[in-house]
Write a protein that binds this ligand. Structure first.
Ligand SMILES: NC(=O)c1ccc[n+]([C@@H]2O[C@H](COP(=O)([O-])OP(=O)(O)OC[C@H]3O[C@@H](n4cnc5c(N)ncnc54)[C@H](OP(=O)(O)O)[C@@H]3O)[C@@H](O)[C@H]2O)c1
Ligand SMILES: *[C@@H]1O[C@H](CO)[C@@H](O)[C@H](O)[C@H]1NC(C)=O
Ligand SMILES: *[C@@H]1O[C@H](CO)[C@@H](O)[C@H](O)[C@H]1NC(C)=O
Ligand SMILES: *[C@@H]1O[C@H](CO)[C@@H](O)[C@H](O)[C@H]1NC(C)=O
Ligand SMILES: *[C@@H]1O[C@H](CO)[C@@H](O)[C@H](O)[C@H]1NC(C)=O
Length: 338
């Protein structure tokens, strides 16, 4: 069933107007290079606590059947082969056309050297069994040696220049970065003259990224939000991580009122902020549930409640790994939250 559908966030000046079926096709966002990107995707990082035997295959299969047209993977996740296998099968079976699915992958930190960037992308394409990706992202502004040690001799501007070349070669339709802060984005844009199409960063109730999102709006950079659930679930909550948890009374009451689940309320909130959420689940029913957010709208009072959880707490800090890099992107005060 199709109906004309608009979402207007007065607070942020974001307007989505689209004809979407009630049960969901995510509206398309036009990127600054003219390409379009579905405003909701499936994450496929299996996590710190993945069990042997975990795979993204069933999730990707369920996702495409449920209407997802955007899958997020990365060289480091070890899920490119699974993603490619399912996507190619769905194309072969006539469920989707290649041009209707948006596939993102990422350059890992140990391939930042000029001569490594394009070969790394070609390797990802081989694993994905695709001729091009829709989006290639630099995973971090930090370069490392292959043993994981920080290598500050490589400038991310050089890495970016090779990504620009990858786009020129048609290996990636669009290019962008992850985990860059405002000064790093500014330097990237100033030096290369090429504005990333997408910034992928952590965005969730605890880390709503108002300043960074404003910068991206001003520069026409789409914001993709990773770890959209923050520390909502036990897999990422630590004893000192701030609320909310999945059983938070305010969120539970709100979910009940809309006839939705707490994860759906959160994903809807991010969507209304203009962020492209990429929740990960390997469980079919959750994959389906997470996508079912296009048939309701939050009211202003509820948005205020959701806004109130914002406290600059970062779930993914990587300080222990790369805090010594000159390109470590996050605030000093955040480094102390873990
Ligand atoms: N660029 C970067 O540096 C970066 C960093 C982190 C993440 N990412 C991307 O962002 C994606 C999402 O972030 P994330 O994986 O860190 O975390 P997330 O999507 O916020 O949370 C994933 C966790 O939530 C659980 N879950 C998902 N939906 C649920 C539901 N409806 N009910 C109950 N539990 C649910 C999942 O468990 P089950 O799987 O068991 O359902 C999993 O434990 C990643 O997969 C990756 O693609 C990018
Ligand atoms: C699961 O996690 C382990 C340890 O972090 C990692 O070495 C392994 O590659 C992961 N498996 C997949 C499929 O990502
Ligand atoms: C990692 O490799 C670099 C470059 O080869 C080397 O300088 C560094 O000592 C190595 N670090 C570790 C912990 O092995
Ligand atoms: C980028 O360029 C602008 C405008 O020329 C300038 O104001 C700003 O300081 C530069 N920033 C960086 C980080 O180079
Ligand atoms: C961004 O990261 C760089 C490198 O660590 C740091 O010097 C700079 O202060 C950071 N800028 C912001 C706005 O956080």
């Amino acid at each position: 069933m199709w109906k004309s559908y608009c979402t207007i966030s007065l607070l942020y000046g974001v307007v989505f107007c689209n004809s979407v079926p009630r049960n969901g096709v995510a509206p398309l966002i036009t990127l600054n290079d003219g390409n379009t990107m579905p405003s909701f995707g499936l994450g496929t990082w299996l996590g710190f606590h993945n069990k042997s035997g975990d795979t993204a295959e069933e999730a990707v299969d369920a996702a495409i059947d449920a209407g997802y047209r955007h899958i997020d993977t990365a060289r480091i996740y070890n899920t490119e082969r699974d993603v490619g296998k399912v996507v190619n099968k769905k194309i072969k079976d006539g469920v989707v056309k290649r041009e209707d699915v948006f596939i993102t992958t990422k350059l890992w930190n140990d391939k930042h050297a000029r001569e490594d960037v394009i070969p790394a992308l070609r390797e990802s394409l081989e694993l994905l069994n695709l001729d091009y990706v829709d989006l290639y992202l630099m995973h971090w502004p930090i370069a490392t040696y292959s043993n994981g040690t920080v290598n500050d001799n490589i400038d991310f501007i050089d890495t970016w220049e090779r990504m620009i070349e990858a786009k020129r070669l048609g290996l990636a339709k669009s290019i962008g970065v992850c985990n860059f802060n405002i000064s790093q984005l500014e330097r990237l844009i100033n030096k290369s003259g090429v504005v990333p199409a997408v910034l992928q960063v952590e965005v969730n109730l605890n880390l709503q990224q108002d300043e960074l999102r404003q910068y991206c709006r001003d520069h026409n950079i789409a914001v993709m939000g990773y770890t959209p659930f923050g520390t909502l679930f036990p897999d990422k909550a630590t004893p000192n991580s701030p609320p909310p948890r999945i059983d938070d009374p305010q969120l539970v009451a709100m979910a009940k009122k809309y006839g939705k689940t707490v994860p759906q309320i959160i994903l809807r909130y991010l969507f209304e902020l203009g962020v492209v959420p990429i929740p990960k689940s390997i469980k079919k029913e959750r994959v389906i549930q997470n996508f079912d957010i296009f048939d309701f709208e939050l009211n202003e009072d509820d948005r205020k409640i959701l806004k109130s959880f914002n406290n600059n707490f970062r779930t993914i800090t990587v300080f222990e790994l790369w805090g010594n890099s000159i390109n470590y992107p996050f605030e000093i005060n955040e480094k102390k939250t873990k």
